[in-house]
Design a protein around this ligand. Structure first.
Ligand SMILES: [Zn+2]
Length: 270
């Protein structure tokens, strides 16, 4: 009897899985589908090559116009975990061909981006964005020193989460803030004697497609401030203080991911 199912050959199944890094292609799932078996020399695979259009007549999304070769080719396959493979066939109306092709394309694109890079979802969020805060001297005269607080961020994973940077600039600091970032959304809140500068860091500026790049080189956040002679003389004792006075925190999602602080001596070079 002729087998009427156009199943995928082993090579197709293997190539399909490798092309998405053995990760389920359904965007809401992204489950890892491959791991070691307790028997050495064997692997446990929880995924399968699912048919975009069914292998046999009457099956989900069956396309009678396809040849047997087309139906069993990699073009007609999508790598899914066992749950998602069941889901797309049980509710075929909600999972049309175009949607599955879109999932497949996106999963392969993601695998391409991740190739050779640290996987974001395997890294703690705090490891995804590195932050460096320092000052740069803009101008120095006898009467007045001008500085910029420079915030550089770099993304380590393949996907940079959206974040909010909070700079807690206490009002007791003997510095005058003269300029705030133009392009970033910035809000200032004063609570007791502390000024909170909250800067929203948008995902596009974190360049999700180009990890390991020092983003700050392109878009550093700069806050200009100055100290004049009068301020300096008035606060001379504070200027030798090496305690942390300025605090910064980068929130990624719900997590307080990265934080640090700078002392007065780390904010100026009198
Ligand atoms: Zn899945």
């Amino acid at each position: 009897m002729k087998n009427t199912r156009d199943d995928f050959p082993k090579t197709v199944r293997e190539q399909l899985a490798k092309r998405v890094g053995f990760i389920c292609s359904r965007p809401e799932c992204r489950t890892s589908t491959s791991g070691p078996n307790s028997t050495e020399g064997k692997a446990t695979i929880l995924g399968e090559a699912a048919h975009i259009t069914a292998a046999a007549p009457g099956g989900p999304r069956h396309d009678k116009l396809l040849s047997n070769e087309q139906r069993s080719s990699i073009m007609n396959a999508i790598w899914l975990c066992s749950n998602c493979a069941t889901l797309i066939d049980k509710d075929a109306n909600r999972h049309p061909v175009e949607l599955l092709r879109q999932w497949k394309k996106e999963a392969e694109n993601a695998a391409e981006r991740n190739l050779g890079k640290a996987l974001s979802h395997h890294l703690p969020r705090s490891a995804l964005v590195a932050i460096d805060v320092h000052y740069a001297t803009i101008a120095r005269t006898q009467e007045r020193h001008e500085y910029s607080l420079v915030v550089n961020m770099s993304c380590r994973g393949s996907i940079a989460p959206e974040g909010t940077l909070q700079i807690i600039w206490p009002d007791f600091l003997p510095f005058r803030i003269v300029g705030i970032p133009e392009r970033q959304a910035i809000t200032k809140t004063t609570f007791n004697d502390e000024a909170y500068h909250s800067i929203s860091v948008k995902t596009p500026s974190l360049l999700p497609d180009t990890p390991h790049q020092l983003l700050g080189k392109q878009t550093p956040i700069r806050i200009s401030y100055h100290v004049d002679e009068w301020i300096y003389r008035d606060h001379i004792r504070k200027f030798s203080d090496d305690k942390e006075v300025l605090r910064y925190r980068l929130f990624l999602g719900d997590h307080s991911a990265t934080e640090g602080g700078l002392s007065i001596t780390a904010l100026q070079n009198f």
